[in-house]
Write a protein that binds this ligand. Structure first.
Ligand SMILES: Nc1ncnc2c1ncn2[C@@H]1O[C@H](COP(=O)(O)OP(=O)(O)OP(=O)(O)O)[C@@H](O)[C@H]1O
Ligand SMILES: [Mg+2]
Length: 310
Protein backbone atom coordinates (compact mmCIF):
# COMPACT_ATOMS: atom_id res chain seq x y z
CA UNK A 1 0.00 0.00 0.00
CA UNK A 2 1.33 3.44 -0.87
CA UNK A 3 -0.96 5.22 1.57
CA UNK A 4 -2.32 3.69 4.74
CA UNK A 5 -4.08 5.40 7.60
CA UNK A 6 -5.50 3.82 10.72
CA UNK A 7 -7.78 5.70 13.08
CA UNK A 8 -6.25 8.99 11.96
CA UNK A 9 -7.61 11.99 13.88
CA UNK A 10 -6.97 15.71 13.91
CA UNK A 11 -8.63 18.00 16.38
CA UNK A 12 -8.22 21.79 16.22
CA UNK A 13 -9.55 23.23 19.48
CA UNK A 14 -13.19 22.20 19.50
CA UNK A 15 -13.21 21.26 15.78
CA UNK A 16 -12.80 17.61 14.90
CA UNK A 17 -11.32 18.00 11.41
CA UNK A 18 -10.48 14.31 10.83
CA UNK A 19 -12.26 11.64 12.83
CA UNK A 20 -10.79 8.10 12.91
CA UNK A 21 -10.00 7.95 9.22
CA UNK A 22 -8.92 4.51 8.03
CA UNK A 23 -8.11 3.92 4.39
CA UNK A 24 -5.55 2.35 2.11
CA UNK A 25 -4.47 3.28 -1.41
CA UNK A 26 -2.63 0.68 -3.47
CA UNK A 27 0.14 1.11 -6.03
CA UNK A 28 -1.11 2.36 -9.40
CA UNK A 29 -4.53 3.42 -8.16
CA UNK A 30 -6.16 6.73 -8.96
CA UNK A 31 -7.98 7.43 -5.74
CA UNK A 32 -10.65 10.13 -5.40
CA UNK A 33 -10.97 11.74 -1.99
CA UNK A 34 -14.26 13.61 -1.88
CA UNK A 35 -16.25 15.54 0.62
CA UNK A 36 -17.95 18.89 1.17
CA UNK A 37 -16.08 22.04 2.19
CA UNK A 38 -14.56 21.60 5.63
CA UNK A 39 -14.88 17.79 5.59
CA UNK A 40 -11.20 17.32 6.45
CA UNK A 41 -9.65 16.53 3.06
CA UNK A 42 -6.83 19.04 3.12
CA UNK A 43 -6.14 18.28 6.78
CA UNK A 44 -5.77 14.58 5.90
CA UNK A 45 -3.39 15.42 3.06
CA UNK A 46 -1.33 17.60 5.39
CA UNK A 47 -1.03 14.73 7.85
CA UNK A 48 0.00 12.34 5.06
CA UNK A 49 2.81 14.69 4.12
CA UNK A 50 3.96 15.42 7.65
CA UNK A 51 2.77 19.04 7.45
CA UNK A 52 0.32 18.54 10.33
CA UNK A 53 0.68 16.25 13.34
CA UNK A 54 -2.14 13.77 13.97
CA UNK A 55 -3.96 14.10 17.29
CA UNK A 56 -4.34 10.31 17.26
CA UNK A 57 -3.93 7.36 14.92
CA UNK A 58 -1.27 6.52 12.37
CA UNK A 59 -0.40 7.19 8.77
CA UNK A 60 2.11 5.54 6.48
CA UNK A 61 3.09 6.84 3.10
CA UNK A 62 5.23 4.71 0.79
CA UNK A 63 5.68 2.50 3.82
CA UNK A 64 7.25 5.27 5.91
CA UNK A 65 6.13 7.80 8.46
CA UNK A 66 4.84 11.05 6.94
CA UNK A 67 7.62 13.52 6.30
CA UNK A 68 10.37 10.87 6.13
CA UNK A 69 13.03 12.43 3.86
CA UNK A 70 13.77 8.97 2.44
CA UNK A 71 10.49 9.02 0.49
CA UNK A 72 9.56 12.68 0.12
CA UNK A 73 11.46 12.81 -3.21
CA UNK A 74 9.11 10.18 -4.61
CA UNK A 75 6.01 12.18 -3.79
CA UNK A 76 4.64 15.01 -5.93
CA UNK A 77 2.30 17.45 -4.23
CA UNK A 78 0.02 20.18 -5.49
CA UNK A 79 -1.16 22.11 -2.42
CA UNK A 80 -4.59 23.67 -2.19
CA UNK A 81 -3.21 27.18 -1.89
CA UNK A 82 0.21 27.44 -3.41
CA UNK A 83 2.05 30.63 -2.53
CA UNK A 84 3.92 31.62 -5.66
CA UNK A 85 6.74 34.14 -5.46
CA UNK A 86 5.62 36.82 -7.96
CA UNK A 87 9.11 37.91 -9.03
CA UNK A 88 10.37 34.56 -10.28
CA UNK A 89 9.89 33.29 -13.84
CA UNK A 90 8.04 30.05 -14.51
CA UNK A 91 11.21 28.31 -15.71
CA UNK A 92 13.22 29.48 -12.69
CA UNK A 93 10.43 28.39 -10.37
CA UNK A 94 10.64 24.86 -11.75
CA UNK A 95 14.42 25.01 -11.60
CA UNK A 96 14.38 25.90 -7.89
CA UNK A 97 11.98 23.06 -7.15
CA UNK A 98 14.10 20.70 -9.25
CA UNK A 99 17.09 21.60 -7.08
CA UNK A 100 15.05 20.79 -3.96
CA UNK A 101 14.43 17.37 -5.46
CA UNK A 102 18.15 17.01 -6.16
CA UNK A 103 17.85 16.88 -9.96
CA UNK A 104 20.95 17.63 -12.04
CA UNK A 105 21.13 20.88 -14.05
CA UNK A 106 20.64 19.01 -17.34
CA UNK A 107 17.71 17.03 -15.97
CA UNK A 108 16.13 20.21 -14.57
CA UNK A 109 16.34 21.93 -17.93
CA UNK A 110 14.88 18.95 -19.75
CA UNK A 111 12.07 18.30 -17.27
CA UNK A 112 11.20 21.95 -16.99
CA UNK A 113 10.80 22.35 -20.78
CA UNK A 114 8.85 19.11 -21.01
CA UNK A 115 6.48 19.99 -18.20
CA UNK A 116 5.91 23.58 -19.30
CA UNK A 117 4.77 22.15 -22.63
CA UNK A 118 2.73 19.48 -20.88
CA UNK A 119 0.70 22.06 -18.95
CA UNK A 120 0.24 24.38 -21.93
CA UNK A 121 2.79 27.01 -20.90
CA UNK A 122 5.58 26.24 -23.38
CA UNK A 123 5.88 29.88 -24.46
CA UNK A 124 5.59 31.37 -20.97
CA UNK A 125 8.74 30.01 -19.35
CA UNK A 126 10.26 33.50 -19.21
CA UNK A 127 7.17 35.20 -17.77
CA UNK A 128 7.11 36.15 -14.11
CA UNK A 129 4.61 34.28 -11.96
CA UNK A 130 3.22 37.64 -10.79
CA UNK A 131 1.91 38.10 -14.34
CA UNK A 132 0.17 34.72 -14.44
CA UNK A 133 -3.58 34.24 -14.29
CA UNK A 134 -5.13 31.99 -11.66
CA UNK A 135 -5.41 29.04 -14.01
CA UNK A 136 -1.85 29.55 -15.30
CA UNK A 137 -0.59 29.42 -11.70
CA UNK A 138 -2.54 26.24 -11.14
CA UNK A 139 -0.87 24.78 -14.23
CA UNK A 140 2.63 25.70 -13.07
CA UNK A 141 1.81 24.18 -9.67
CA UNK A 142 0.92 20.94 -11.43
CA UNK A 143 4.16 20.99 -13.40
CA UNK A 144 6.02 21.41 -10.10
CA UNK A 145 4.21 18.38 -8.63
CA UNK A 146 5.44 16.17 -11.47
CA UNK A 147 9.06 17.38 -11.61
CA UNK A 148 10.70 14.49 -9.81
CA UNK A 149 8.83 11.77 -11.74
CA UNK A 150 7.05 10.83 -8.52
CA UNK A 151 5.65 7.41 -7.65
CA UNK A 152 2.78 9.05 -5.82
CA UNK A 153 1.12 12.33 -6.73
CA UNK A 154 -1.16 14.07 -4.26
CA UNK A 155 -3.34 16.70 -5.90
CA UNK A 156 -5.49 18.96 -3.72
CA UNK A 157 -8.06 20.36 -6.15
CA UNK A 158 -5.91 20.33 -9.30
CA UNK A 159 -8.64 21.70 -11.54
CA UNK A 160 -9.84 24.57 -9.37
CA UNK A 161 -9.48 27.76 -11.39
CA UNK A 162 -8.94 25.95 -14.68
CA UNK A 163 -10.99 26.59 -17.79
CA UNK A 164 -12.79 23.61 -19.40
CA UNK A 165 -9.85 22.98 -21.70
CA UNK A 166 -7.44 23.01 -18.76
CA UNK A 167 -9.66 20.60 -16.86
CA UNK A 168 -9.67 18.26 -19.82
CA UNK A 169 -5.87 18.49 -19.97
CA UNK A 170 -5.55 17.60 -16.29
CA UNK A 171 -7.86 14.67 -16.85
CA UNK A 172 -5.67 13.45 -19.73
CA UNK A 173 -2.59 13.99 -17.61
CA UNK A 174 -4.01 11.83 -14.82
CA UNK A 175 -4.80 9.13 -17.37
CA UNK A 176 -1.20 9.27 -18.57
CA UNK A 177 0.09 9.05 -15.01
CA UNK A 178 -2.05 6.00 -14.44
CA UNK A 179 -0.76 4.41 -17.64
CA UNK A 180 2.77 4.97 -16.30
CA UNK A 181 1.83 3.20 -13.06
CA UNK A 182 1.90 6.37 -10.96
CA UNK A 183 -0.45 6.41 -7.98
CA UNK A 184 -2.66 9.48 -7.75
CA UNK A 185 -4.50 10.73 -4.66
CA UNK A 186 -6.95 13.31 -5.89
CA UNK A 187 -9.23 15.69 -4.10
CA UNK A 188 -11.66 17.47 -6.38
CA UNK A 189 -15.11 19.03 -6.31
CA UNK A 190 -15.63 18.35 -10.01
CA UNK A 191 -17.44 15.07 -9.60
CA UNK A 192 -17.97 14.39 -13.29
CA UNK A 193 -14.18 14.39 -13.64
CA UNK A 194 -13.67 12.16 -10.63
CA UNK A 195 -16.21 9.82 -12.17
CA UNK A 196 -14.09 9.32 -15.28
CA UNK A 197 -10.63 9.41 -13.70
CA UNK A 198 -10.76 7.57 -10.38
CA UNK A 199 -10.51 3.80 -9.82
CA UNK A 200 -11.78 4.07 -6.26
CA UNK A 201 -13.45 6.79 -4.29
CA UNK A 202 -13.84 7.70 -0.64
CA UNK A 203 -16.52 10.17 0.37
CA UNK A 204 -15.85 11.81 3.68
CA UNK A 205 -18.19 13.83 5.81
CA UNK A 206 -17.20 15.60 9.03
CA UNK A 207 -13.84 13.85 8.98
CA UNK A 208 -15.26 10.35 8.60
CA UNK A 209 -15.37 7.96 5.65
CA UNK A 210 -19.03 7.43 4.78
CA UNK A 211 -18.56 5.65 1.43
CA UNK A 212 -15.61 3.75 0.01
CA UNK A 213 -15.38 1.68 -3.14
CA UNK A 214 -15.25 1.70 -6.91
CA UNK A 215 -17.74 3.93 -8.71
CA UNK A 216 -19.68 0.82 -9.77
CA UNK A 217 -19.80 -0.46 -6.21
CA UNK A 218 -20.97 2.86 -4.87
CA UNK A 219 -23.64 3.49 -7.47
CA UNK A 220 -24.91 -0.03 -8.21
CA UNK A 221 -26.85 -0.40 -4.98
CA UNK A 222 -28.48 2.94 -5.54
CA UNK A 223 -29.97 2.32 -8.96
CA UNK A 224 -33.29 3.52 -10.28
CA UNK A 225 -35.74 2.21 -12.83
CA UNK A 226 -37.55 4.84 -14.83
CA UNK A 227 -40.97 3.77 -16.01
CA UNK A 228 -43.43 5.29 -18.47
CA UNK A 229 -46.66 3.29 -18.61
CA UNK A 230 -50.36 3.76 -19.23
CA UNK A 231 -53.14 1.86 -17.50
CA UNK A 232 -51.40 1.93 -14.14
CA UNK A 233 -53.73 1.26 -11.21
CA UNK A 234 -53.01 1.76 -7.49
CA UNK A 235 -52.82 -2.04 -7.21
CA UNK A 236 -50.21 -2.32 -9.96
CA UNK A 237 -48.20 0.45 -8.34
CA UNK A 238 -48.42 -1.24 -4.96
CA UNK A 239 -47.01 -4.40 -6.56
CA UNK A 240 -43.90 -2.47 -7.63
CA UNK A 241 -42.85 -2.09 -4.02
CA UNK A 242 -41.59 -5.68 -3.97
CA UNK A 243 -38.55 -4.34 -5.87
CA UNK A 244 -38.18 -0.92 -4.31
CA UNK A 245 -39.68 2.40 -3.46
CA UNK A 246 -41.40 4.89 -5.76
CA UNK A 247 -39.24 7.97 -5.28
CA UNK A 248 -40.57 10.35 -7.87
CA UNK A 249 -43.55 10.92 -10.10
CA UNK A 250 -42.80 13.29 -12.91
CA UNK A 251 -45.58 15.61 -13.98
CA UNK A 252 -46.70 14.90 -17.57
CA UNK A 253 -45.51 18.34 -18.70
CA UNK A 254 -42.06 17.66 -17.31
CA UNK A 255 -41.67 14.28 -18.92
CA UNK A 256 -42.03 13.47 -22.57
CA UNK A 257 -44.83 10.97 -22.04
CA UNK A 258 -47.86 9.95 -24.07
CA UNK A 259 -50.91 11.82 -22.70
CA UNK A 260 -52.50 8.78 -21.04
CA UNK A 261 -49.28 7.50 -19.49
CA UNK A 262 -47.80 7.99 -16.06
CA UNK A 263 -44.12 8.49 -15.42
CA UNK A 264 -42.46 7.30 -12.26
CA UNK A 265 -39.09 6.43 -10.85
CA UNK A 266 -38.56 3.37 -8.73
CA UNK A 267 -35.50 3.24 -6.44
CA UNK A 268 -34.19 -0.33 -6.43
CA UNK A 269 -31.40 -2.19 -4.67
CA UNK A 270 -29.97 -3.53 -7.91
CA UNK A 271 -30.45 -2.45 -11.51
CA UNK A 272 -30.59 -6.12 -12.53
CA UNK A 273 -34.27 -6.27 -11.48
CA UNK A 274 -35.33 -4.16 -14.48
CA UNK A 275 -36.45 -7.11 -16.69
CA UNK A 276 -38.53 -8.57 -13.83
CA UNK A 277 -40.22 -5.21 -13.31
CA UNK A 278 -40.97 -4.97 -17.04
CA UNK A 279 -42.42 -8.47 -17.08
CA UNK A 280 -44.58 -7.76 -14.03
CA UNK A 281 -46.01 -4.53 -15.46
CA UNK A 282 -46.97 -6.15 -18.76
CA UNK A 283 -48.53 -9.19 -17.08
CA UNK A 284 -50.44 -6.94 -14.67
CA UNK A 285 -52.03 -5.21 -17.66
CA UNK A 286 -50.11 -1.94 -17.82
CA UNK A 287 -49.15 -0.65 -21.27
CA UNK A 288 -45.44 -0.11 -21.05
CA UNK A 289 -44.00 2.70 -23.17
CA UNK A 290 -40.55 2.83 -21.64
CA UNK A 291 -38.56 1.20 -18.88
CA UNK A 292 -34.92 2.02 -18.30
CA UNK A 293 -32.52 1.20 -15.49
CA UNK A 294 -30.35 4.09 -14.49
CA UNK A 295 -27.39 4.29 -12.14
CA UNK A 296 -26.96 7.37 -10.05
CA UNK A 297 -24.26 9.72 -11.21
CA UNK A 298 -21.52 10.36 -8.70
CA UNK A 299 -22.92 13.83 -8.16
CA UNK A 300 -26.39 12.46 -7.35
CA UNK A 301 -24.85 9.89 -5.02
CA UNK A 302 -22.77 12.59 -3.33
CA UNK A 303 -25.80 14.82 -2.78
CA UNK A 304 -27.83 11.94 -1.35
CA UNK A 305 -25.00 10.94 0.97
CA UNK A 306 -24.83 14.54 2.18
CA UNK A 307 -28.57 14.48 2.97
CA UNK A 308 -28.25 11.31 5.07
CA UNK A 309 -28.19 11.65 8.82
CA UNK A 310 -24.94 10.34 10.24
N1 LIG B 1 -5.08 25.29 10.93
C1 LIG B 1 -6.34 25.11 11.34
N2 LIG B 1 -6.77 25.61 12.51
C2 LIG B 1 -8.05 25.42 12.94
N3 LIG B 1 -8.98 24.74 12.26
C3 LIG B 1 -8.62 24.22 11.08
C4 LIG B 1 -7.29 24.38 10.55
N4 LIG B 1 -7.24 23.72 9.37
C5 LIG B 1 -8.46 23.22 9.14
N5 LIG B 1 -9.29 23.50 10.18
C6 LIG B 1 -10.69 23.07 10.29
O1 LIG B 1 -10.76 21.70 10.02
C7 LIG B 1 -11.90 21.39 9.24
C8 LIG B 1 -11.48 20.68 7.97
O2 LIG B 1 -10.79 21.60 7.12
P1 LIG B 1 -10.09 21.15 5.75
O3 LIG B 1 -9.31 22.29 5.24
O4 LIG B 1 -9.38 19.87 5.97
O5 LIG B 1 -11.38 20.89 4.85
P2 LIG B 1 -11.47 20.44 3.31
O6 LIG B 1 -12.22 19.15 3.30
O7 LIG B 1 -10.16 20.48 2.67
O8 LIG B 1 -12.45 21.56 2.72
P3 LIG B 1 -12.44 22.35 1.29
O9 LIG B 1 -13.22 21.49 0.34
O10 LIG B 1 -13.17 23.60 1.62
O11 LIG B 1 -11.02 22.57 0.88
C9 LIG B 1 -12.64 22.71 9.05
O12 LIG B 1 -13.65 22.80 10.01
C10 LIG B 1 -11.57 23.75 9.27
O13 LIG B 1 -12.13 24.93 9.82
MG1 LIG C 1 -9.35 21.56 1.17
Amino acid sequence: MLIETCGLCKVYGVTVAVDHLTLAVGEGEVFGFLGPNGAGKTTTIKMLLGLATPTAGQARILGRLPGDPAVMGQIGFLPEQFRFPPWITAADFLDVHGRLYGLSAAERRRRSAQLLARVGLADRGRSKLGEFSKGMLQRIGLAQALLSRPRLVILDEPTSGLDPLGRREVRDLIHELRADGVTVFLNSHFLSEVEVTCDRIAIIKRGRVVRLGTLAELTRQRAEVEIVAAGMTPEIEAGLTQWGRIVQRLAPAEAATPPDAGHLILAVADEAVAPQVACYLVQAGARLHMLAPRRLSLEELFLRVMEEET
